[in-house]
Design a protein around this ligand. Sequence first.
Ligand code: AMP
Length: 429
Amino acid sequence: MKVLVVGSGGREHTLVWKIDQSPRVDKIYCAPGNAGISGLAECIDIKPDDINGLADFAASHQIDLTIVGPELPLVKGIVDLFESRGLRIFGPTSQAALLEGSKVFSKEVMLKYGVPTAKAEIFSSSKEAKDYIRAKGAPLVVKADGLAGGKGVMVCHTLDEALKAVEAIMEKKIFGASGNRILIEDCLFGEEASFIVFTDGENVVPMVSSQDHKRIYDGDKGPNTGGMGAYSPASVVTKDLSEKIMQEIIIPVVNGLAAEGKRYKGVLYAGLIITDEGPKVIEFNVRCGDPESQAVIPRLKDDLIDIISDIIDGRLSTKSLNWDERPCACIVCASEGYPGPYQKGKLVSGLEVFGNAEDIVLFHAGTKLSGRKVVTDGGRVLGVTALGEDIKETIDKAYQAVEKINFEGMYYRKDIGYRAIKQGAVKAK
Ligand code: AMP
């Protein structure tokens, strides 16, 4: 089987790494890929949002299966396009992908099907939004309706911050048309967790839980990033909580969309805050998380291609999947300055030290080859990932590996998994 993976980050390297282990796969292409991916797949210079270019490539190269990493092509309708051309592809249609593509749509779905989430008001006028903020007071969360490269959510601790957020999104249009409408949401308090499932639109199978670390600095301080590290399992998601999340959140949304004729096939990700009142949704994503994938997929023992094929054919078994009992942790090494401006082209050294170690994997994100050398090419450069006996040993192992790697200005958080270590979590799924 020939497989095309769309994307170029740590998540896509993880997918390619896992797909490469399937005996059903003969050849992997990745568009556009990165330096790490190029060791396993043939990298093709097509951008992930060039969905026509990707469809032409898949048709002309007899690709048997296309797997999409990032959200943009899904929201742009890559699945609809491929299906209309008779090409096999994994992911939700553009209508179902609106769960991530429009926060207003997502909120409406949640309200319609009784899914616990933060209270929110929707605005298409900045004056009305500002009046509401003045009347309501801080803290508040201001969210652009459309995609904004992961930057469209602003948690505002003061009135002034919230007013400035509205100005930036609705008046200065920093996210373009994505800011034509906004949501102003109540601020929730509690631990965050990511709950990710496979679904064929009828049957749902959860993956193991995970936790990301969104903020740039230790102690969850500073601006939001794409994610600075993740670990699995997330101790806050107990077996009972997992069942509650399935019954109150995931299944109502999957069934509700199916009833509306928007059958959801693919990976569905619920970003949650575990409040004193229970789990509440802060966002849905329509694809695997990054860096959660780096901490979850290495624990999957089953063949990913089998799971994906069953989903496309609408016959996902509800039997639970087989997972490695060992926890997994991923530490993201980033360029100096990220999530603000940063330089590229710094030589990355130390990668060769790890050879074929079974319990340490380096997932490349923003890297490219310069001759035979690997250089930085993005904000998040590498995800250094380890499997270990318990969460503390796993995280220690990942940090020992990080210390062997170097590039000028390399930055990483020193406290990934601190909550799990504090709670002494070990082998919960
Ligand atoms: P998102 O882009 O939706 O993942 O949001 C980015 C981050 O904003 C989340 O990881 C949370 O830390 C925070 N966030 C989003 N919505 C809320 C909310 N209603 N209350 C508190 N924090 C939130």
